[in-house]
Structure formats: C-alpha cells, structure tokens
Design a protein around this ligand. Structure first.
Ligand SMILES: Cc1cn([C@H]2C[C@H](O)[C@@H](COP(=O)(O)OP(=O)(O)O[C@H]3O[C@@H](C)C(=O)[C@@H](O)[C@H]3O)O2)c(=O)[nH]c1=O
Length: 186
C-alpha cells in the first residue's frame, strides 16, 4: 500500500487525493486519511465533524454549500457507494479564479478524496441511484454561518452531466450572485 498521492487542480488550494489500496483474495485495504501525509494541504486543521449522506436517485443535486467565517471550514469529501460528479466553486473574491468551478468524478471504485478549502462552495450530482457520501469537516456545523450559491447560477455556469431529477426546496432557490455578493470569506 503506497502513500496518499496529492494532485493539484486548476484552482489553487483545491486538491484531489488518490489512495493506493492493498488488494488480495479477500478484498482491499486502503488508507483514507492521514494527517501526516496530508499536512502540506491541511496544515494544523483538525477534523471536527464527520458526516454522511445517502441519495436515492441518479441525477439528484445537493449544493452549492459553504460556511462563512468564523465557521469557514475545509471539507474532505469521498463517495463511498456509487458515483457522483463533485464540484467546488472558488468564492474567494481576491482569487484569480473567483467564480471558476472544477468538477471531478468521485466513486466507490476510484476512492478519490476531494479536498475543498475555506472560501469554496461545494456540491454534487449523483450519477447512479443509492449514492452514499462521507464528509470530513474541520469546523463544527453552524446554522447561522451557512452560505450557498444556486446550482445553476449563470455567473458560474456549472455543466452538470445529467438531467436534474431531485433537489431540496432550499437548494432550488438560493439567491443568485449579484454586485452585493462579497464572496465566501467576507
Ligand atoms: C450540513 C449539515 C446539516 N445539518 C442538518 C440541517 C438540516 O436539518 C439537515 C439536512 O441539511 P441539508 O439539507 O443542508 O443537507 P445537504 O443538502 O445534504 O447538505 C450537505 O450538502 C453538501 C453539498 C455538503 O457540502 C455538505 O457539507 C452539506 O452542506 O441536517 C446538520 O445538523 N449538520 C450539518 O453539518
């Protein structure tokens, strides 16, 4: 079993981490997180919450979510059943890639970990039925700090791979980005 492999993305500070499972006749064993091997991207952050979600139908969207400071967080996201198209949007006003998005397929098979830092919104579309996701968060959930961008905001224009089948009432109506929007970092 090799070390975790950190891959850069076109967006600064946004990473995909690959694992190298040990496979034998019984199945597989893989390292999913290592504070030491990921230190260059997680620094001194610590995992404070671990969350799970299950989504019944292919084509469902959840997102695009973040937390404002002082509860801004790094999120590490993995698909543990099925497949998703997972997306992060750079919402750091002073970033060269402000409002740019990046998407990656996460699946039970590829075991990729998407590492999304503070200042980014996150969401995904399921590519199969009965998808399960696991999240590691470096901050506690704080309802008052919740922020969101609409999944189809024309200022971002995410290209979702499938027809949209399900979305929460809340996610369908997040306000669109306008001149008053100051980004995710305030
Ligand atoms: C996100 C969150 C929600 N909740 C509560 C609020 C609500 O009553 C219920 C369901 O919340 P939501 O509808 O926001 O769940 P969901 O739309 O699945 O939210 C998730 O979406 C993806 C894209 C993410 O990135 C996650 O961090 C999270 O924001 O759970 C918590 O208690 N802790 C949490 O961390």
């Amino acid at each position: 079993m090799g070390k975790l492999k950190i891959l850069e993305t076109p967006l600064k500070d946004l990473y995909v981490v690959e694992t190298d499972p040990f496979v034998d006749h019984r199945g597989a064993f893989a390292r999913w997180f290592c504070e030491a091997e990921l230190t260059e991207i997680i620094g001194g952050r610590r995992i404070k919450n671990v969350n799970f979600s299950k989504t019944a139908k292919a084509g469902s969207i959840r997102g695009m979510h973040f937390q404002y400071p002082p509860h801004a967080e790094m999120k590490m996201v993995r698909c543990i059943k099925g497949r998703v198209f997972d997306v992060a949007i750079d919402l750091r006003k002073n970033s060269k890639t402000y409002l740019k998005w990046y998407g990656v397929e996460l699946s039970e098979k590829n075991m990729k970990l998407f590492v999304i830092p503070e200042g980014f919104a996150h969401g995904f579309q399921t590519l199969e039925d009965e998808v399960e996701m696991l999240y590691l968060h470096t901050e506690f959930y704080n309802k008052e700090s919740e922020g969101a961008v609409r999944y189809n905001d024309p200022s971002v224009s995410i290209h979702w791979p499938k027809e949209i089948t399900e979305i929460s009432e809340k996610d369908a109506v997040h306000p669109l980005i306008d001149d008053r929007f100051s980004g995710a970092m305030l």
